[in-house]
Write a protein that binds this ligand. Structure first.
Ligand code: ADP
Ligand code: ZN
Length: 414
């Protein structure tokens, strides 16, 4: 049941001071559970002579060592669980960037908490009982499918587990069932947009709201999606290590993504030194899961680069906001000494009307110098003759675009 017409839960508008008190109380709790029940954390804290009692103020969190993706690999599969296996009711995995997948476990209470977090996000952007919610995301192993699915049902929306792929059928489903809300990756949404245009059925759609996430996208992509589908398009951020989707989500103001401070302790650090950055400065997001029973992950290096905004939001929610994810600390390209994020290239490309919706960046090195080649899909109407090479390229890129788009091929040798 929603708290009222506007907010799913009263915690969304807790006065800032109360929110911070609740956050710190939960931090102490999570820390104690990790110390008492996870061998890995007990050892890590002992290494730096720390016990949970030493964390007396929120600022003391910097004394706790970071958790990284490598620690997930080292503790594969169940080493980070804080509860006995018979308390775990679900496991998700996510593609580790190299080697073993990251394994995340949930207790029944975790599933409940998570469903409410995502429901909070959907409700925030206007999803209501009676909406038809087509969840165009991967249900196999990943968190995106079931994470949104449970939230849709929680709100009372008609929730369709559409999965990804089979684009024409997805579109037919939207038409036949009167879909009003979709969730997808922005790259797949752009592909759906193209097929809708080919089928000439844009005017048969009843969409109002689109939730897009799991990969970086730009304001220009937002505009393309909003115009093509006649929707409001919202950015959705999450990662499996912190439940999955729902960690941060845009409100109707579309001025950054509210990151839920009652469920996560939020820090932004310099990716090189690990030191906190100044107010409003760009850095790597570091998160602590405060309410996860099965896995109280401490100070996780997300690798995601963003800026934290603490100003009050016009929507009334008191939780801080992330500005759009600018890229990853580990996919930042250094091209002839200049730092480049793929999202910046996307930003430029999407302003050029002749450019299609997909592109790839190829990095090579010639005579010791980095070369960057951007392969760009060109819109159909630009062609006059038979440019089969380009067509073939377009086809190949489209085949990739149902999952997360692979934007970078790095062929440089070190
Ligand atoms: P993996 O991609 O390794 O399988 P996840 O599925 O948990 O792991 O993906 C989490 C990552 O996806 C985040 O750390 C972030 O890099 C990226 N991501 C998720 N949502 C967004 C978003 N809205 N904008 C940019 N990047 C995102
Ligand atoms: Zn807001």
């Amino acid at each position: 049941m929603p708290w009222n017409d506007e907010y799913w839960e009263k915690e969304e508008v807790l006065p800032k001071k109360e929110l911070e008190e609740l956050q710190f109380k939960r931090l102490k709790n999570a820390l104690t559970r990790a110390y008492d029940h996870v061998e890995f954390y007990r050892r890590r804290l002992k290494e730096v002579n720390l016990t949970p009692e030493d964390i007396k103020r929120p600022e003391d969190i910097v004394k706790i060592p970071f958790t990284t993706r490598e620690h997930f690999a080292q503790n594969y599969p169940f080493g980070l669980f804080a509860v006995p296996k018979d308390k775990i009711v679900r496991i998700h995995t996510s593609s580790g960037t190299s080697g073993k997948p990251k394994v995340v476990g949930y207790t029944a209470k975790d599933i409940e908490t998570w469903a409410n977090i995502v429901a909070r996000c959907l409700y925030m952007v206007g999803v209501r009982k009676g909406d038809v919610f087509q969840n165009i995301s991967n249900y196999a192993f990943f968190t995106g499918g079931l994470g949104f699915h449970f939230a849709g049902e929680r709100i009372g929306a008609i929730t369709i587990p559409a999965g990804v792929g089979n684009t024409e059928r997805q579109i037919q489903c939207m038409i036949d069932f009167g879909t009003t809300v979709v969730h997808a990756t922005p790259s797949y949404a752009l592909h759906i947009k193209e097929v809708v245009e080919e089928m000439g059925v844009a005017d048969k759609l009843k969409l109002r709201i689109g939730c897009f996430g799991a990969e970086p996208w730009s304001e220009n992509t937002r505009k393309r999606l909003e115009d093509a589908f006649n929707i409001k398009a919202y950015d959705s951020y999450g990662l499996s290590e912190m439940n999955g989707p729902g960690v941060a989500f845009e409100c109707k103001e579309q001025q950054g993504l509210h990151i839920w401070a009652d469920h996560y302790f939020i820090e932004v650090v310099d990716p090189k030194t690990g030191e906190p950055v100044g107010e409003g400065e760009k850095g790597e997001l570091v998160l602590t899961a405060l309410t996860k029973e099965a896995m109280p992950i401490l100070r996780y290096r997300t690798g995601d680069i963003t800026i934290l905004e603490n100003e009050k939001c016009a929507c009334g929610r008191t939780h801080p906001r992330l500005l759009r994810i600018l890229g990853r600390s580990d996919d930042m390209l250094i091209i002839r000494g200049i730092n480049v994020f793929p999202s910046q290239i996307e930003h430029v490309l999407m302003q050029i009307p002749e450019v299609g919706d997909n592109f790839q960046i190829m990095l090579t090195r010639q005579n010791g110098l980095d070369e960057i080649t951007v392969r760009v899909e060109v819109r159909d109407e630009i062609f006059t003759g038979e440019i089969w090479d380009l067509k073939e390229l377009q086809q190949r890129i489209q085949e990739r675009s149902t999952g997360k788009a692979k934007r970078v091929i790095d062929l440089r040798s070190v």
